[in-house]
Design a protein around this ligand. Structure first.
Ligand code: NAD
Ligand code: ZN
Ligand code: ZN
Length: 235
């Protein structure tokens, strides 16, 4: 399943070379595109020239190719690129979620605001471990607080669609990451990663419960921002 991950090759795959760059700034290094990349002196690219400029194929944003190389090399090098201007994703974005388990159950009780159906119950289990090279402090331990975490979706068409997309996001390691918890301030710990979950079923003491009429649309947009949309599944 792993495609091209060599940084030079990834940059070449998604950037079209521009022969006459416009007099605009590269938003990665802040130098103009008509002068060499700000990373010319330090880059470890074997084949990309410091003056090469490229245009991303779908969104059309332009950068020094060497700057894209640096951006990619500083990420998790999964073969995907994300435009730093407009966030368009090229290839399949993956995250750094540590090992764990996602389980799904049905509850024959409805959620506030979704009275006509039952409830999908998701349980995420992650245990503490040692950080890998993709994490903030490789080799150091990470903690995992508040697991298993219980999450709820209405068992209707839209809720089932969200569930299928969450399974894709889980497989791509996008649901959790390791970092600083904004709730507790603890670092080197497992935290939610930009895809909101509802962790309360019958109350809403934390603001992460029901009713919330906008929740399903909001989480669909958050999934799409990670490159996970209906195109990823065949229901
Ligand atoms: P975080 O605090 O860094 O927040 C990351 C995102 O998660 C934010 O978008 C935030 O809005 C959202 N979030 C915060 N609290 C949430 C909640 N209760 N339910 C759903 N989403 C929530 O990330 P984090 O540290 O992973 O978030 C706090 C979560 O961790 C909560 O679910 C809390 O129950 C759990 N937790 C439990 C313990 C414990 O000892 N029981 C300790 C720490 C955290
Ligand atoms: Zn640049
Ligand atoms: Zn763009």
């Amino acid at each position: 399943k792993k495609g091209v991950t060599d940084p030079d090759q990834v940059v070449k795959k998604y950037l079209e070379t521009i022969d006459k760059p416009p007099d605009e700034d590269c938003i990665i290094c802040m130098e103009t595109l008509t002068t060499p990349s700000g990373y010319s002196e330090t880059s470890e690219s074997k084949s990309i020239k410091s003056t090469a400029v490229g245009k991303l194929k779908k969104c059309g944003h332009m950068f020094h190719q060497l700057c894209m190389f640096e951006m990619y090399s500083n990420g998790n090098k999964d073969g995907s690129l994300q435009c730093p201007s407009c966030k368009t994703i090229y290839g399949e974005k993956t995250g750094t979620q540590p090992k764990g388990k996602m389980e799904i159950f049905l509850i024959p009780q409805s959620l506030p605001g979704h009275e006509n159906c039952g409830t999908i119950h998701i349980i995420y289990t992650i245990t503490p471990g040692i950080q890998g090279p993709e994490h903030p402090n490789p080799g150091r331990p990470y903690s995992a607080r508040g697991f298993p975490r219980h999450c709820y979706l209405p068992d209707n068409d839209k809720g089932r669609l969200v569930l299928e997309l969450l399974k894709v996001a889980w497989a791509r390691r996008l649901i959790f990451t390791i970092g600083v918890s904004s709730t507790t301030g603890e670092s080197d710990t497992v935290v939610w990663n930009e895809i909101h979950h509802k962790t309360e079923m019958t109350s809403n003491a934390t603001g992460h419960g029901y009713p919330d009429a906008k929740y399903l649309d909001n989480v669909l947009a958050e999934l799409a921002a990670q490159g996970v949309s209906e195109d990823c599944i065949n229901m």
